[in-house]
Design a binder for this molecule. Structure first.
Ligand code: PLP
Length: 454
């Protein structure tokens, strides 16, 4: 075991050290070599060191350098050194983090992490929290609590009776809500399409004046951080209108909720603390390894009612918080260990600095691309930049060429009818030099692609 783990550490260290110099995209030869994995079931055991060798030699170069400093796709953080190291240790612990009495160390780390998170994210001090796989499941988890609460108020026990014959719930979302929010609603039986959509402005912000009049069981889903523009719904206004009418307000803050950790960007979240529930991702801006999401619910009873189970063979509820009373899963890994380690290593100042630094990198990108003559389509209020290189065909060609060049990696999107490249600066390790290097590559590749098409 000892030699194997040292070998794994040696290979992982070599991988992390290659991140700055390798091409960001997967190596095409390595991708072609993946076919070698498709072998029949091995007839017998193999040496663990040989298994590790196959993994590293076949797959390390066939992956994307997402953990590196010049990956700007989707909204993807890397792994902070303390978080990655903590993840290795937690993997060795191999704790099923369902019950405090069975795994007090991991459960206590999660409890402390939740306390710190509520403080840093400016959420109510007594809100309940849950560690889940990502924002899709965080939205699901928080909305399950919302579903419980609005139906309980109407005299319906959703957990016992299901939705058959239940009073209808009105779900209100912004026109530019994230696609996975609709998935979460569908999983809860609330329907991906059975929603009232409120029009949004050119940045994707819900127009609160256009909220419909609210009566009966209602959930309003606001967004903190649009995946394309980074824009925030006017949450204070939405909360004031919705809560006055008795609705539950949920905030999807998959990455935007972390803005609360920076005094500079906190005002974007004005009013968010008045909501009833919040979802966010730790694998995005907190920079912990995949997968890691967080749900928070103001009324802990509503979340517990939606999630807790009992069985004769399981430990009964005690004085301490049982993690599984708050999550869809009973058994799960100790996700909170990495979150605790990230927060313990950053502290309040480090957390704010990471948010501020990545946002100023995004502004740097926007300035550089505009100076080179390209169209920046969004107000760069956070860490997201949208740039067009011309018509859809040209922009798509430039995106493909930038990806193939390998200096950095960005994905594409269509923003309100216009094809664009997305730049999301979410990684802790990105430096000014990485931004300069990536900008130079983008401009060089875009000018060459345009030159070829004229
Ligand atoms: C606003 C928003 N909500 C939800 C999600 C889904 O997050 P995950 O992929 O972690 O489930 C994302 C992902 O980018 C997002 O930006």
């Amino acid at each position: 075991m000892k030699e194997l783990l040292e070998e794994a550490a040696r290979r992982a260290i070599a991988y992390t050290e290659s991140l700055d110099t390798r091409k960001v995209r997967p190596d095409p030869d390595a991708v072609a070599g993946l076919a070698a994995l498709d072998e029949p079931v091995p007839a017998g055991p193999a040496e663990p060191r040989e298994v590790l060798r196959i993994l590293d030699e076949t797959c390390s170069a066939a992956g994307m350098a997402m953990a590196g400093p010049r990956f700007f796709g989707f909204v993807t953080g890397g792994s902070l050194p303390a978080a990655l190291a903590a993840s290795w240790l937690a993997a060795a612990w191999d704790q099923n983090t369902a019950f405090y009495s069975v795994t007090p160390g991991a459960a206590q780390l999660e409890q402390v992490a939740l306390k710190w998170l509520r403080d840093l994210l400016c959420l109510p001090a007594d809100a309940a929290g849950a560690f889940v796989t990502g924002a899709t499941m965080a939205n699901f988890t928080a909305l399950a609590a919302a579903r419980h609460a609005v139906l309980a108020r109407a005299g319906w026990d959703i957990e016992s009776n299901g939705l058959f014959g239940a009073p209808p719930i009105t779900v209100i979302v912004g026109e530019e809500a994230h696609s996975t929010l609709f998935k979460s609603l569908g999983l809860l039986g609330l329907g991906r399409k059975r929603v009232v959509r409120v029009p949004a402005d050119a940045q994707g912000r819900m127009k609160p004046a256009l909220l419909p009049s609210i009566s009966g069981p209602t959930i309003v889903c606001a967004q903190a951080g649009n995946v394309n523009t980074g824009a925030f719904d006017p949450i204070a206004d939405i909360c004031a209108r919705a809560r006055a009418a008795g609705a539950w307000v949920h905030v999807d803050g998959a990455f935007g909720l972390w803005a609360a950790a920076s005094p500079v960007y906190r005002p974007l979240l004005d009013g968010a603390a008045d909501a009833n529930s919040w979802a966010t991702d730790a694998h995005k801006w907190l920079n912990v390894p995949y997968d890691s999401g967080l749900a928070f619910v103001r009324d802990p009873d509503a979340l517990r009612a939606a999630m807790a189970v009992t069985a004769d063979y399981l430990p009964p509820a005690g004085a301490q918080r049982n993690p599984s009373d708050y999550t869809p899963e009973l058994s799960r890994r100790a996700r909170g260990v990495e979150i605790w380690a990230a927060l313990r290593s950053l502290g309040r100042r480090g957390m704010a600095a990471m948010i501020d630094r990545t946002c100023s990198h995004a502004k740097h990108f926007a300035r550089g691309l505009a100076a080179a003559g390209f169209d920046v389509l969004n107000d760069v209020v956070l860490n997201q930049v949208l740039v067009s290189f011309g018509d859809a065909a040209t922009t798509n060609r430039v995106i493909a060429d930038i990806q193939a060049d390998g200096t950095c990696w960005c994905g594409g999107t269509i923003w309100q009818g216009k094809t664009a490249m997305r730049i999301s600066v979410s990684g802790w390790s990105t430096t000014e030099a990485d931004v300069e290097k990536s900008l130079a590559a983008m401009v060089r590749v875009a000018k060459a692609a345009k030159g070829r098409s004229t």
